[in-house]
Design a protein around this ligand. Structure first.
Ligand SMILES: [Zn+2]
Length: 199
């Protein structure tokens, strides 16, 4: 069956989401067109528009936020001697669920991947180096994914911090090789953090 053009476009939009294939996208698009009221559609459009205008990257840590700086960076009760370095904002959400870490974070917004043409200058690394000039920071905990890219990125950061006097550690214990931080459960992650080793 040939869909009207607008429905086809909507379907293609849904396909942009991770894990959404053609069938699911088709279901979402048809549901939107046939089941949602005009008000519901306006609500969805409104949410998308608000994302564009209200959400931005924290200028300090790179986490997504609607306040400047983000709630973690501006929280004076947090331990400012430690920074966990992650690839994506969603990794912070997982880490915060552990409820056992009260330091700071830094979001790289990606990982170094020479095969995909992503170099150190393409990720949010220079602002991390800027932050590390603050001598309050004693430890950098590398929590990039345990994929090739994540490992490459961790090794790169370790190398540039050599001789800086900052203690560099890597979480690893219990997280399988190749795994993404976002899929680790809180207990595994807590253990991995507790058991972090000098890197
Ligand atoms: Zn922040």
């Amino acid at each position: 069956m040939k869909y009207p053009r607008a429905l086809d476009d909507l379907l293609e939009s849904f396909r942009k989401y991770p894990g959404v294939g053609k069938k699911t996208a088709e279901r979402y698009a048809l549901h939107t067109v046939t089941k949602f009221s005009e008000e519901e559609i306006d609500e969805i459009i409104g949410s998308f528009q608000r994302i564009k205008t209200e959400i931005f990257d924290c200028p300090i840590c790179g986490n997504i936020t609607d306040q400047n700086p983000c709630y973690i960076c501006k929280d004076d009760s947090r331990d400012k001697s430690k920074i966990i370095v992650v690839e994506e904002s969603k990794d912070i959400i997982v880490m915060e669920k552990m409820n056992s870490y009260h330091g700071l974070y830094h979001v790289l917004k990606g990982a170094i991947s020479p095969s995909n043409g992503v170099g150190p200058e393409d990720i949010n690394l220079s602002s991390l180096m800027e932050r590390l000039k603050d001598d309050k920071i004693k430890e950098v905990i590398l929590a990039t994914n345990l994929s090739n890219e994540g490992e490459t990125t961790a090794l790169y950061i370790r190398r540039i911090l050599e001789g800086s006097g900052i203690f560099v550690t890597r979480i690893a214990h219990g997280i399988p090789a190749g795994a993404n931080i976002e899929y680790a459960d809180e207990v595994t992650l807590s253990k991995a953090l507790e058991g972090r080793r000098e890197f």
